[in-house]
Design a protein around this ligand. Structure first.
Ligand code: TRP
Ligand code: SF4
Length: 336
């Protein structure tokens, strides 16, 4: 039985927040439960090196944090292939073959390349961008094509990259008169957009996020700072959940139907103050996240556990990678 492969990678940026959990991880978990698919989920540590080649200490730390978040959230090594990009040498090899057939201007037209160069300049980096960074989309194509993935669950910002991967696969197939490489399709995730506590996009660099790994106290403290209905001054004022910028939308996402209705009603009648409302919300968020956090602590205390899981997962993933590479090399190279 030949299952379709689904693949996605994440750069190791450090501890993940609830936006990642709801927007990415819960979606991956649903996919791993779907028996139609073989799932490959990887940490893109080579991609992190394209811009942070001199920050290897934090790279190691961050890789571990991301994996702890994945595993405690329910990405399951028994059901999915969980791997580390740099433990799949086949991807590096495929990257070489693909780089030969990729016109230079395909890499240069990549819109996020321009963004990344801009970010590096803004950070005051005088470094010229590297050969490796220009290769970002070709490396990403190699990630996908090593496992011949049919679908790639990503956010809208990554779609341009998948397009380049499709173009490269098609060009490879045309040049070598083969149908070996599958043209991957993006699988857009319907993200329930979770705002940061200040009303902006949730993000680590904005200091407005709640981490998966935050404690109960940290979570409650953060939620207490969340923006509410700005026109509401006293707790007996009538509130407007529709104009409550952050807190009511969180109720929408985290609470059960009856709970939402109750809060909405109490707010509209001026029967509940915002402080009390936030306290109750914090409780609900904590109830949802606490089992994950406990599991995370457990994994963390077992020092070699994560490493073992990622080595095993990568070993398992390489079976498929090797299969693809053998076919690619017997197509392209004379001596095999
Ligand atoms: N570029 C992706 C990001 O920044 C990470 C990534 C690397 C990826 N290789 C991939 C995503 C392959 C999907 C498929 O989020
Ligand atoms: Fe928002 Fe709750 Fe305050 Fe109403 S009571 S404005 S829902 S925080």
């Amino acid at each position: 039985m030949n299952k379709k492969s689904i693949l996605s990678l994440m750069r190791p940026t450090g501890k993940l927040h609830l936006g990642h959990y709801l927007g990415v991880l819960t979606n991956w978990i649903n996919l791993q439960e779907d028996s139609e698919y073989d799932c490959y989920f990887g940490v893109a540590d080579w991609h992190a090196l394209t811009t942070k080649f001199d920050e290897t200490d934090s790279l190691k730390q961050n890789t571990n944090e991301v994996l702890l978040d994945w595993l405690s959230s329910g990405i399951d090594p028994e059901k999915s292939n969980i791997y580390l990009q740099s433990l799949i040498p086949e991807t590096a090899k495929l990257h070489i073959y693909l780089s030969m057939v990729t016109p230079m201007n395909w890499a240069q037209r990549d819109p996020t390349l321009k963004d990344m160069v801009k970010i590096m300049k803004e950070k005051g980096s005088n470094e010229e961008y590297s050969y490796g960074l220009i290769g970002y989309p070709i490396l990403m194509a190699a990630d996908i094509l090593t496992f011949n993935a049919e679908f790639v669950p990503v956010g809208i910002d990554q779609v341009a990259h998948i397009e380049i991967a499709r173009d490269i696969a098609r060009r490879f197939n045309n040049i070598y008169k083969t149908d070996l490489l599958i043209e991957p399709k993006p699988k857009l995730t319907q993200i329930p957009l979770l705002k940061g506590l200040d009303g902006n996009k949730m993000g680590k660099s904005f200091h407005n996020d709640i981490k998966i790994s935050d404690t109960t106290e940290q979570t409650t403290k953060k939620i207490m700072t969340g923006i509410t209905d700005r026109s509401r001054l006293r707790k007996t004022d009538i509130g407007h959940p529709d104009e409550c910028e952050v807190i009511y939308p969180y109720w929408e996402i985290f609470a059960k139907q009856e709970q939402k209705e109750e809060i909405k009603c109490a707010c509209e009648k001026g029967e509940i103050g915002c402080a009390e409302c936030k306290k109750r919300l914090a409780q609900i968020v904590n109830e949802k996240m606490n089992p994950i956090r406990e599991k995370r602590k457990e994994l963390e205390s077992d020092t070699n556990k994560v490493k073992e899981i990622i080595y095993e997962g990568s070993k398992k993933a390489r079976i498929k990678a090797r299969e693809t590479l053998e076919k690619v090399e017997s197509t392209v190279m004379i001596y095999r």
